[in-house]
Design a protein. Structure first.
Length: 231
C-alpha cells in the first residue's frame, strides 16, 4: 500500500473516531449539566413538603408603606396564615401575633438572616414576604379605589446548610381586576379586604401547587412574569 493511500485510509477512520469521541465528551458535559440542573430543581422544590412541618410567615413592609398602612404586615400575615392552615392542615403554622411581637421588639430584625429567625422560633420552614406594593388606590389617583398587593416571596428550609433558601418568586394581585372605581362608589376597607383575600389565596395556591421543572416550569415562570407585569 502506498504511503498516500495509507494516509487516506487512516484519515478516513480517524476523523469519524475523533468526532465520535468529541460528541461523547459533549454528551458527557450535557449530562453533567443536566444533573446539576436537576439537583438545583430538586433543592428548589424541597420546600413543597409543608405537610407535617412547622412554618413561620414573616412579612416585611418598608417605612413608606407602614406610614400609610400601619397594619399592612399584620394583615398580610394573618390572611396568609389562615389560608395556609386550610390548605395544609397538617402544617403547624406559627401565630402571626408572635411574629409581629418579635418584629416590634427586635431593632433592625430585617437585617438578620431569615434562616436564623426561623431557628429562633424553632420552625422547619420560613415563608418570607417582602411587600413591594400595598395600596387601596389606583397609582396617582387617590380618588379612585383599586387594591394592589405585590410581594417578593422567599421560602427557607432551616435544616439545610447555608442560607437555606429553596424558593424565590413573586406574587401580585389587584382588585377589582376590572379597573379602578370612584371612591364615592366604594369602601376602601372592602377593597383592602378583597385584595388581601385574593393575594393570600394566590400565594398559598402557588406554594402548594408549584411546578419546578420541565416544560410546565417554563410555562409557570412565563405566566408569573406576565401576571407581575399586569399587576
Amino acid at each position: 500500500m502506498s504511503p498516500i493511500r495509507s494516509f487516506c485510509c487512516v484519515r478516513r477512520w480517524c476523523v469519524p473516531a475523533m468526532l465520535l469521541i468529541m460528541s461523547g465528551l459533549i454528551a458527557g458535559c450535557q449530562t453533567t449539566a443536566q444533573k446539576r440542573e436537576a439537583a438545583a430543581l430538586a433543592r428548589q422544590s424541597a420546600y413543597a413538603s409543608l405537610k407535617h412541618h412547622s412554618v413561620a410567615v414573616i412579612v416585611y413592609a418598608d417605612s413608606a408603606t407602614l406610614f400609610l398602612y400601619p397594619q399592612a404586615a399584620q394583615e398580610v400575615s394573618s390572611f396568609v396564615n389562615y389560608d395556609l392552615k386550610r390548605a395544609v392542615p397538617s402544617a403547624k403554622v406559627l401565630g402571626y401575633r408572635e411574629i409581629i411581637q418579635y418584629q416590634n421588639s427586635t431593632p433592625n430584625w430585617e437585617m438578620l438572616p431569615i434562616k436564623s429567625i426561623g431557628l429562633h422560633f424553632s420552625v422547619d420552614r420560613v415563608i418570607y414576604l417582602e411587600l413591594l406594593n400595598y395600596s387601596c388606590h389606583a397609582p396617582g389617583a387617590r380618588h379612585l379605589l383599586q387594591g394592589h398587593i405585590r410581594a417578593r416571596v422567599y421560602v427557607y428550609d432551616t435544616h439545610l446548610p447555608g442560607d437555606g433558601r429553596v424558593l424565590a418568586t413573586s406574587v401580585g394581585v389587584r382588585w377589582p381586576r376590572s379597573g379602578p372605581e370612584p371612591g364615592y362608589h366604594g369602601d376602601s376597607n372592602v377593597v383592602r379586604m378583597n385584595t388581601l383575600t385574593a393575594f393570600s389565596a394566590l400565594l398559598v395556591h402557588r406554594l402548594t401547587h408549584w411546578v419546578s421543572s420541565g416544560q410546565n416550569g417554563s410555562v409557570r415562570a412565563a405566566r408569573e412574569l406576565k401576571n407581575e407585569k399586569e399587576n
